[in-house]
Design a protein around this ligand. Structure first.
Ligand code: NDP
Length: 264
């Protein structure tokens, strides 16, 4: 039986074991998926090999360590410097990033949108902004502190500090890429700024899932369509599972089983 796991810190609340085990069980794939609390990211490769795993997903804060741990990277993972899925093949570790294509699929229903405002400039913003740029979206990145904006400036994105931002046009999509609202009741930007931007948007999206964040609550008060991060989580998992099962099943077959994890 092949063994898979999610590596992260913390990892106890991850939905990934449920998502993948539902697929393995219902499609009769001989595999099981656990969770592993990895405190030191530098040990990722050693732990993977010591545990005899076939594949892993990687969550916060180890996606850059995962990138370093691989022998081979697909071109997108190489480009963004972050890996959330690793497969062992012939003793070598192959790394992929399924967060970004998962995110793209999650926002597919907003096809008419072309201009996007990101609130936040962390690891998730890095990979998702790059795939949007590849797809022809115009992406502006705001962050509360300067340090993380440098990466985006170098990649050619419009950037600004949240506190200095003076909007000169509207944005089709406004996306909360911060962890504001995850474990607290904070907004990702000052309410006055959001009260100006949100009414002009076609939709507001949050990458946080499993709760209504203050950001999405505010968007609803403005009667703007909203979407949380559940579909992003689902689709990154579906794409990872395609790698885990070596493309034995169709996307639809995996998606149908994996979706059950969100209603259990
Ligand atoms: P990082 O730690 O890499 O970055 C955090 C970002 O949030 C930084 O830009 C930080 O700004 C900003 N931030 C944190 N708190 C606040 C606040 N109170 N007000 C304003 N800005 C704030 O995190 P990730 O990019 O890895 O994750 C971001 C979010 O994405 C998390 O909530 C995570 O749960 C979610 N996520 C969802 C996924 C899904 O499948 N749905 C997948 C992956 C992540 P600064 O630079 O100033 O510190």
């Amino acid at each position: 039986m092949q063994q898979f796991a999610i590596f992260g810190n913390p990892v106890v609340h991850s939905k990934s074991p449920l998502m993948h085990n539902l697929v393995f069980k219902h499609l009769n794939y001989s595999a099981c998926y656990g969770r592993y609390l990895l405190e030191d990211g530098a040990l990722l490769r050693k732990k993977f090999l010591d545990l005899g795993l076939k594949g892993i997903n990687i969550t916060v804060p180890h996606k850059e360590h995962a990138y370093q741990a691989c022998d081979f990277l697909d071109s997108f993972a190489q480009k963004v410097g972050a890996v959330n899925t690793i497969i062992e093949k012939d003793g070598k570790l192959h790394g992929y990033n399924t967060d970004a294509p998962g995110f793209l699929k999650a926002i597919a229903s907003f096809q008419e949108s072309k201009t996007v405002l990101f609130l936040g400039a962390g690891g998730t913003a890095r990979s998702t902004s790059m795939i949007l740029q590849d797809e022809g979206y115009s992406v502006t990145i705001l962050n509360r502190s300067k340090e993380r904006l440098k990466y985006f400036e170098e990649k050619g994105f419009e950037t600004a500090l949240i506190e200095e931002f003076q909007p000169s046009s509207s944005f089709d999509l406004i996306i909360n890429m911060t962890s504001a609202g995850l474990q607290d009741d904070s907004l990702p930007a000052p309410k006055e700024l959001l009260d100006t931007l949100i009414p002009q948007a076609k939709a507001c999206i949050d990458v946080i899932y499993g709760k209504e964040t203050p950001f999405l609550k505010l968007a609803k008060e403005h009667n703007i369509p909203t979407k949380d991060g559940s579909d992003m989580l689902l689709y990154q998992g579906v794409i990872a599972c395609e790698y885990f099962t070596n493309h034995k099943y169709t996307t639809q077959e995996i998606e149908e089983e994996m979706k059950q994890a969100f209603i259990l």
